[in-house]
Design a protein around this ligand. Structure first.
Ligand code: DC
Length: 237
C-alpha cells in the first residue's frame, strides 16, 4: 500500500465511524487518522464533557431545558494534540480523565438522549468536520452527522469482549474496577443508545461493518485502511 505525501495532502475525506460502547472506535480511529495525516475527533468526549459540567453544576441529567441552555452557554474549544486528536476544552478547562468515570458514562447516555443537545452537537460536529481530512467517531456520525461521508464504518464486538477491553482500559488508568459491573453498565448503555427515540445507534446503509471480536485493534485499523485504499483506487481508476 502506498500513501504518497503529496497525494495524502490532497485527500480531504470525511471518515465517519459508529459502534457501541467499548468496541475500540477511538483507538482504531486514531490509528487510521495518524496513517492518513487526518484529524481525529471522538464525539463521545463532547457528550461526556457536557455531562461532567452538568454534574459539577448540580443539574439533574434529565433536565433537558437547562442542559441545552448549558451546552449553548459553554465556550467549546477543540485543539489538536500530537497533530491528530482534537482535544475538547470546556470554558478553558482541558477535558481529560475526569470524564471517564462510570458515573459520567451512565449520565452521558441520558444527556445524549436530549433532542436539543443532539441538535446542538450535530451543528458543532459538522462545523468541525466541514473541511474534511478528519476521522470522526460516535454513535450517529454515519447516520445523522455525516450520512454522506466519503467512508462510513461500523465497528462491532461481542459484549464480553467489550467489557474485558473496557476493564483493562480503566484499570490501566488507575481505576478500581469490577468486570461484572462494567459488563452490566455496557449492557445498559447499549440498550439506551440503541433504543433512544432520537438518533439511535444503527448501521447506516453503505457502511463497512467490521466485527472486531477476534482481532487486535491494530489489525482492525489495517483492514479498514486496506478497504479505504482499494475503494479509493476503484473509484478513481
Ligand atoms: O463513546 P462514549 O462511550 O464515550 O460516549 C458517551 C455517551 O455519548 C454514550 O452514551 C453515547 C453518547 N454518544 C452519542 O449519543 N452520540 C455520539 N455521536 C457520541 C456519543
Amino acid at each position: 500500500m502506498t500513501w504518497k505525501g503529496k497525494e495524502r495532502r490532497r485527500r480531504r475525506w470525511i471518515i465517519a465511524m459508529d459502534g457501541p460502547a467499548g468496541v475500540g472506535k477511538s483507538t482504531v480511529g486514531r490509528l487510521i487518522a495518524k496513517k492518513l495525516g487526518f484529524l481525529f475527533l471522538n464525539t463521545g468526549e463532547m457528550y461526556r464533557a457536557l455531562t461532567w459540567k452538568v454534574m459539577r453544576e448540580g443539574i439533574d441529567p434529565k433536565n433537558g431545558k437547562r442542559i441545552e441552555q448549558l451546552a449553548r452557554r459553554i465556550v467549546w474549544e477543540f485543539k489538536p494534540a500530537r497533530g491528530t486528536s482534537l482535544r475538547t476544552f470546556v470554558d478553558g478547562v482541558k477535558i481529560n480523565h475526569q470524564i471517564r468515570s462510570e458515573q459520567v458514562s451512565r449520565n452521558a447516555s441520558t444527556v445524549a438522549g436530549i433532542p436539543g443537545v443532539r441538535k446542538f452537537m450535530r451543528k458543532l460536529q459538522r462545523k468541525l468536520g466541514e473541511k474534511g481530512g478528519i476521522v470522526m467517531e460516535g454513535r450517529d456520525i454515519t447516520t445523522n452527522v455525516f450520512p454522506d461521508a466519503d467512508f462510513k464504518l461500523f465497528l462491532d464486538a461481542s459484549i464480553d469482549e467489550r467489557a474485558v477491553r473496557r476493564y483493562w482500559q480503566l484499570k490501566n488508568q488507575g481505576y478500581h474496577v469490577d468486570l461484572k459491573t462494567i459488563r452490566e453498565n455496557i449492557a445498559a448503555r447499549d440498550k439506551q443508545d440503541r433504543e433512544r427515540k432520537i438518533n439511535p445507534l444503527r448501521q447506516a446503509p453503505g457502511s463497512l461493518v467490521v466485527d472486531t471480536t477476534h482481532l487486535t485493534l491494530r489489525q482492525v485499523a489495517n483492514k479498514i485502511l486496506k478497504c479505504i485504499h482499494q475503494r479509493h483506487y476503484r473509484v478513481t481508476d
